[in-house]
Design a protein around this ligand. Structure first.
Ligand code: URA
Length: 425
């Protein structure tokens, strides 16, 4: 029978943990017989020593086994989901889920809330009057099976990978978040327990992303694809740029409005490109080759599914979105072609304006955020509008302006790097 100290020592000394040791320690931690300080020490040993592919997959399996697992295999349509590691202005899930549903697949998506400068999908959708993130498992199945809806975006129940919730809270306060095997197994345990039939991962890299270095993003993407493969979940990953915000808005209600523009056939080119490319990958993962997502977006089918999805969760798709009580225009002070627009700076500005939260449980403002009037590659003249800041708390404007100082630059020319850098799996 393993004991916590011998498991910690084994990892501390660089040994590979056995499946029995992993199952025992994760189960004990979930039930409270392995103490928080013991799990913290083990997390630190894992951060310093790493885990092999076999250990990482076993760790993920143990995380899943700590709670319940959903199953959609009996539904009349294949299911597929997308997970993004998060970034500034990343609203892709909002147009993507109804688009993929409009292509005939089911999208059972358990999403999260934002912390710090990256927004959360649930915070964005909650800007829609009446919309609720709480959907029972039974209702989720009904909506995914309904050909007129097909997509659900909702909060995970407390019984989905509870060991991960408990461990993430510990990692957050013990300097052990930055372990790639622990990040990968944390994300994948929730996605596998969610019961999706296949999975697309959007691993972001750049100043506004969790992974700032390309090699780390690649390692994370590869580790998650391996976990999916080992769990028989068809999984692919895209590594995409997050040095510039996605689209022209960062902030909850502002991003909903921009997503609706995309569903109506307009919207910023980068959001449209990534939405359609993601939909293509998801259709390919599910083995559907005869449907063109660009067509389903253009012909209004995706918008029909958006409206049905929002209404099914209590939202009014026609309701006006909240408007901020205060706005502040920021103008360009130089002329030229915009060459940089730093995602981190824009994310911090939106957060300071009230779009994000500093601690779990804090409220967010639905109307707060930043509208970007120019993106890299566009010409600006001194005096042109660059940003509009939106907030209900005008005292936050000075600190948001401070975050944006030095966040942009102009030059004479610009050749845009690709948005999708690499595909894995
Ligand atoms: N997101 C997760 O869900 N888990 C991590 O460990 C890090 C980011």
């Amino acid at each position: 029978m393993p004991d916590a100290v011998s498991v910690i020592r084994a990892k501390r000394d660089g040994h590979e943990l056995t499946r029995a040791q992993i199952d025992w320690v994760v189960d004990g931690f979930t039930r409270g017989t392995v103490a928080d300080e013991q799990m913290s020490a083990l997390a630190m040993a894992i951060l310093l020593r790493g885990m092999t592919r076999t250990e990482t997959s076993a760790w993920t399996t143990a995380m899943i086994a700590s709670g319940s697992r959903m199953d959609f295999t009996d539904l009349p349509r294949p299911t597929v989901d997308k997970h993004s590691t998060g970034g500034v202005g990343d609203k892709i899930t909002l147009p993507l889920a109804p688009l993929v549903a409009a292509c005939g697949l089911g999208v059972p998506q358990l999403a999260g809330r934002g912390l710090g400068y990256t927004g959360g999908t649930l915070d964005k959708l909650e800007a829609i009057p009446g919309w609720s993130a709480q959907v029972s498992s039974a209702r989720m199945r009904e909506l995914v099976a309904d050909p007129a809806v097909g997509a659900v975006i909702c909060a995970a129940g407390a019984d989905l990978a509870p060991a991960d919730k408990k461990l993430y809270a510990l990692r957050d306060v013990t300097g052990t978040v930055e372990s790639i095997p622990l990040i990968a197994s944390s994300i994948m345990s929730k996605k596998i327990a969610e019961g999706t039939g296949s999975l697309l991962l959007d691993v972001k890299v750049g100043s506004g992303a969790f992974m700032q270095k390309y090699d780390d993003a690649r390692e994370l993407a590869e580790t998650m694809v391996e976990i999916g493969t080992d769990a028989s979940l068809p999984t692919r990953a895209m590594i995409t740029r997050m040095d510039v915000p996605l689209g022209s808005t960062a902030g909850n209600g502002l991003e909903v409005a921009e997503s609706v523009e995309v569903l109506a056939g307009g919207g910023p080119a980068d959001v449209v490109e990534l939405t359609i490319a993601s939909a293509r990958e998801m259709l390919a993962l599910a083995g559907v080759e005869d449907v063109d997502p660009a067509q389903r977006l253009a012909d209004g089918h995706a918008m029909d599914h958006w409206r049905a999805m929002i209404a099914a969760q209590g939202g009014d798709p026609d309701a006006a979105l909240p408007k901020a009580r205060h706005t502040e225009l920021v103008r360009a002070t130089e002329s030229g072609v915009l060459t940089t627009l730093d995602a981190l700076a824009v994310g911090i500005a939106a957060w300071r304006l009230g779009a994000g939260r500093a601690r779990q449980g804090d409220a967010v403002q639905s109307a707060a955020g930043v509208v970007m009037h120019a993106k890299p590659g566009e010409a600006v003249q001194a005096g042109d509008a660059l940003f509009t800041l939106h907030t209900d708390t005008p005292e936050s404007i000075a600190s948001a302006l401070e975050a944006l100082t030095g966040a942009w630059s102009v030059s004479e020319g610009y050749s845009p790097p690709p948005l999708i850098i690499e595909r894995i799996g």
